[in-house]
Design a binder for this molecule. Structure first.
Ligand code: S3P
Length: 162
């Protein structure tokens, strides 16, 4: 069974996922990284050149591929589990964990990084955060406090699945 981490940009999905995979001796997969590797370009370039809808289709293909894998720790892009088709694909053979981090904590973590096309403006990002929260909650099998250190969060998640 796969462990799927979801949550907003900056909620710690990648760092927690890497830590969790290490603790549990599982393979780690990051959907954004898989897409970038397959396409040979950065996510930001995919958005700029082809638009968000194209990126969402690539993301859906990626989720379907992951549903055929076993015993992986998967970190998803912040928008992935706001689409029901991705939730349905990933729930086949996986449990979803929502990393619930406060918006202020997220802003501190993201800082001035400009790599995220949907986090260029703090106010717009705040709106997206508010819109998405209920979707993450309804997709999730488990909700974990995402404000803690990556190590502490990973240990809490590992305890659930042991
Ligand atoms: C997105 C989040 C990003 C990446 C893309 C879109 C989103 O992933 O998938 O920029 O819609 O929130 P991270 O959550 O890893 O930053």
């Amino acid at each position: 069974m796969n462990i799927i981490l979801c949550g907003f940009m900056g909620s710690g999905k990648t760092t927690v996922g890497q830590e969790l995979a290490k603790i549990m001796g599982r393979k780690f997969i990051d959907t954004d990284e898989l897409i970038e590797r397959e396409q040979g370009v950065a996510i930001k370039a995919i958005f700029t050149v082809h638009g968000e809808e194209h990126f969402r289709n690539l993301e859906f293909e990626c989720c379907k591929n992951i549903s055929n894998m076993k015993n992986c720790v998967v970190s998803t892009g912040g928008g992935a589990l706001t689409f029901q088709r991705n939730v349905d694909a990933l729930k086949q053979g996986g449990k979803i964990v929502f990393l619930d981090a406060d918006f202020d904590v997220i802003c501190q973590r993201i800082g001035n990084s400009k790599t995220r096309p949907l986090f260029q403006d703090r106010e717009k990002a705040r709106q997206l955060y508010d819109e998405r929260k209920s979707k993450y909650l309804s997709a999730a099998d488990y909700v974990i406090d995402g404000n803690m250190s990556a190590r502490k969060t990973a240990i809490e998640i590992a305890d659930i699945f042991r």
